[in-house]
Design a binder for this molecule. Structure first.
Ligand code: NAD
Ligand code: ZN
Length: 339
């Protein structure tokens, strides 16, 4: 599958893991994390330049970024280097930002190994680091030269992280494709499931289609992917980024935003219940427990300030259809924060 972007296009290839890790070009520099390196140790090629950062969101930091670029420089990586991002969304965003900036930009190959990274973060060219002040506050657009997806790599992913990625899979169904929701509910998906590759492929097609239309988020249409994310980000911020994973926070956000949509007359009645049931089938959280209402309200207000005063949402009209609503009254949103 090919994805168009401003400077050309890239190939997203589904292949066995051994093929994904082979033929990386003349000067591959792999950035991975320690957990991924251990899990994939039996199949990782011998030798080659590789750095493993600590696993988890904390590695999307300026400190880890500095460690990576110093490593590249110390080892003699030049402008012909290709950065290989081998890991979940954290590695993809970190290594992607390294590739976007090292020597003003070098080639990047994304080899996503978590479900979240395969269906979402490896596609679309957004790369970022976090600051203490907030997530993804430093970032860029840096399209990869290639994306190689080996669904087989998901076999070693912890179940909680598999389920975390399912929140984004279901999101694509909720906003764009009712059939995808039906397939996910017909039979509970897991890492070895026969239909998993077809589902990951469909998610990639849907995301590629949306980002091709609005790569740099100027037309606004890319923002439909943010369903569940306005509240989801507030949940992550209010709980200090960590105890609730991104997909889990988005699951809560999707239910709250579906309820919000129903209250303001955008979403058909009954849709919020369908969204909740689908997410609960996978064991995803759907209630605003664990975050203090006052902290959620603060986070929403901070986000609103950052975006210039408007509370914008991607809201469902029904399952499989959504629209952008930019003028949701703050009072309606705050009213939902008490549980
Ligand atoms: N750039 C984008 O468009 C975009 C989109 C969505 C999410 N993101 C970012 O992605 C990040 C979340 O990604 P994530 O959920 O993949 O988190 P992650 O990268 O932390 O991976 C989750 C955990 O699974 C482990 N892991 C990954 N692959 C494995 C494998 N095959 N076997 C065993 N363990 C494995 C990792 O070591 C980690 O502990 C967030 O920082 C989020 O902001 C970016
Ligand atoms: Zn997301």
């Amino acid at each position: 599958m090919r994805v168009r972007h401003a400077r050309g296009e890239y190939e997203v290839r589904f292949c066995p893991l051994a093929d994904a890790l082979a033929d990386l070009g003349p000067a591959p520099w792999t950035i991975t994390d320690e957990k991924v390196a251990a899990a994939l140790a039996p199949v990782l090629p011998e030798g080659g330049e590789r750095i493993a950062v600590g696993p988890g969101e904390r590695s999307k930091s300026l400190a880890t970024y500095e460690r990576c670029v110093r490593w590249l420089s110390d080892q003699g990586a030049d402008r012909n280097a290709t950065i290989i991002a081998l890991g979940g969304g954290v590695v993809g965003d970190l290594a992607g930002f390294v590739a976007a900036t090292y020597m003003r930009g070098v080639r990047l190959i994304q080899i996503p190994t978590s479900l979240m990274a395969q269906v979402d973060s490896a596609i679309g060219g957004k790369v970022a680091l976090d600051l203490q002040q907030g997530k993804n506050l430093i970032g860029s657009f840096h399209a990869p030269a290639e994306v190689r997806i080996a669904v087989e790599a998901l076999a070693t992913l912890e179940p909680r992280h598999f389920v975390n990625g399912m929140a984004e899979v279901l999101k694509y169904g909720f906003i764009l494709e009712p059939h995808l929701v039906e397939v996910c509910l017909r039979d509970t998906l897991h890492a070895g499931h026969a239909e998993l590759e077809a589902i990951v492929r469909r998610c990639v097609e849907l995301k590629a289609h949306v980002v091709q239309e609005d790569e740099f988020e100027v037309a606004g249409t890319r923002a439909i992917l943010n369903f569940g994310h306005t509240i989801g980000h507030a949940v992550e911020a209010a709980t200090g980024y960590g105890p609730i994973l991104h997909g889990e926070a988005v699951a809560i956000g999707m239910v709250v935003e579906a309820v919000l949509g129903e209250r303001i007359g955008i979403t058909e009645l009954g849709v919020a219940a369908q969204v909740r049931i689908a997410l609960e089938t996978y064991g995803l959280p759907t209630r605003l427990t664990g975050a203090a209402p006052s902290a959620l309200i603060d986070a929403i207000r901070r986000d609103k300030k950052r975006r210039g005063g408007a509370l914008a949402f991607s809201l469902l009209t029904r399952i499989g259809e959504c629209k952008l609503v930019s003028d949701v009254p703050e009072s309606e949103v705050l009213g939902l924060m008490n549980g």
